[in-house]
Write a protein that binds this ligand. Structure first.
Ligand SMILES: Cc1cc2nc3c(=O)[nH]c(=O)nc-3n(C[C@H](O)[C@H](O)[C@H](O)COP(=O)(O)O)c2cc1C
Length: 358
């Protein structure tokens, strides 16, 4: 009998922006339309996925020519699903916490407690410039995000909430109704730099990091968990992976090689330059993309590095290795989302569940 205690959670990136998840001209049967995304969300929840993560982008960049807004798109997917939780991405700057808290509380009510939020601190300066938003330097963006998360949680849990921060002020504010989910709507964060990890160890419920090797992921987790303990805070860990599961290892590797071979070289270089304003810009040089090679950058969040590429058996074992170092959730991307999520649900997930029982 399977127990559900501490079972790994699975999430997928919602393709609410065009171009899929690789900067490559390889054929992708993934589509950013609403119809495709509804079918995908329904397929994902049927195939054992717990969460879907939408993306927020205000302008095109490196393949994402068109971008649907994350909060409204998340709500639309929730309306057509039954169990799936959808994580809406929000950028402090364009969003203010009062509006975000209210908007998400209403969606929580409308969807019987299935919304979550990913507070992202921003990586794309060109986008902020284009919409006339201030672009604080790297660590300062996390000062703002931390206040954003503290105020969200304050508003959601307290009456007469007051807060005097550098970026946000609240005076005896009471939100009604409060969210259905208790203690609060789950707060995820994206970002891996020192500043991001420190923020996770103090305020976030979930820490999302880019793809990486098991050893490097372990180092990050040990660091965060140690600090979280000092702050008497609990944080769970999600890791990005671009999954290529095929019947044979050769087939899976051939797909990877084709993606890289057909990389849009100019766009990958431009993306690499833009990321210098993001993870690579952190003082200590440990942020997302700080150490990414050209090949890594063909997948937006270093998803090849996690190496969930091979047969179902190989992938299931590597997922278990990640669990053993403290990973709680796998955030997945696929080339042809709907059909590959079906394949994953049928061939990989049952093996993971079997191995989890051992
Ligand atoms: C899983 C994940 C999802 C992210 N989603 C978005 C997003 O939707 N929009 C966005 O602008 N940035 C997104 N980011 C980027 C982060 O906001 C951040 O800028 C980047 O990870 C660099 O952070 P670092 O310097 O702290 O490592 C995401 C990052 C991760 C890891």
């Amino acid at each position: 009998m399977m127990t559900h205690r501490n079972t790994l959670k699975f999430a997928y990136w919602v393709p609410n922006v065009s171009g899929g998840l690789v900067v490559s001209t390889i054929e992708q049967r993934t589509d950013w339309s609403y119809d495709y995304n509804v079918k995908l969300a329904q397929t994902a929840e049927k195939n054992g996925f717990d969460y879907a993560l939408t993306q927020i982008r205000f302008t095109a960049g490196y393949g994402a020519e068109n971008q649907h807004e994350s909060v409204s798109f998340s709500h639309a997917l929730l309306a057509k699903t039954e169990k799936l939780k959808v994580i809406a991405a929000i950028l402090p700057g364009p969003w203010k916490p009062a509006l975000a808290a209210k908007q998400l509380a209403t969606i929580d009510y409308l969807t019987e407690g299935r919304i979550a939020v990913n507070v992202v601190s921003g990586w794309f300066k060109g986008e902020f410039d284009a919409i006339g938003e201030e672009w604080p330097e790297h660590d300062e963006r996390y000062v703002r995000s931390e206040e954003f998360i503290k105020t969200l949680k304050g508003i959601w849990t307290q009456d007469n909430f007051s807060f005097q921060g550098k970026y946000y002020t609240f005076n005896n504010y009471t939100l009604k109704p409060k969210p259905i989910q208790k203690p609060t709507i789950e707060v995820f964060q994206g970002g891996s730099s020192r500043a991001a990890r420190d923020m996770a160890s103090r305020v976030s419920d979930w820490y999302f990091t880019n793809g990486n090797t098991v050893e490097e992921i372990k180092k990050q987790i040990d660091d965060i968990k140690e600090k979280a303990k000092q702050h008497n805070h609990e944080v769970k860990i999600g890791v990005n992976a671009f999954i290529i599961a095929r019947d044979t290892e050769e087939e899976a590797q051939a797909v990877l090689q084709e993606i890289i071979h057909k990389a849009n070289i100019e766009a990958v270089h431009a993306f690499g330059d833009a990321t210098k304003e993001a993870g690579a810009a952190s003082k200590e040089g440990e942020g997302n993309w700080a150490k990414s090679s050209f090949e890594d950058l063909v997948q937006y969040n270093d998803g090849f590095k996690t190496n969930l590429i091979g047969t179902p058996q190989q992938i299931a074992q590597r997922i278990i290795d990640l669990k053993h170092v403290g990973v709680d959730l796998i955030l997945s991307g696929f080339l042809h989302f709907i059909e590959e999520i079906e394949y994953f649900g049928k061939h990989v997930l049952p093996l993971v569940r079997e191995l989890e029982e051992q």
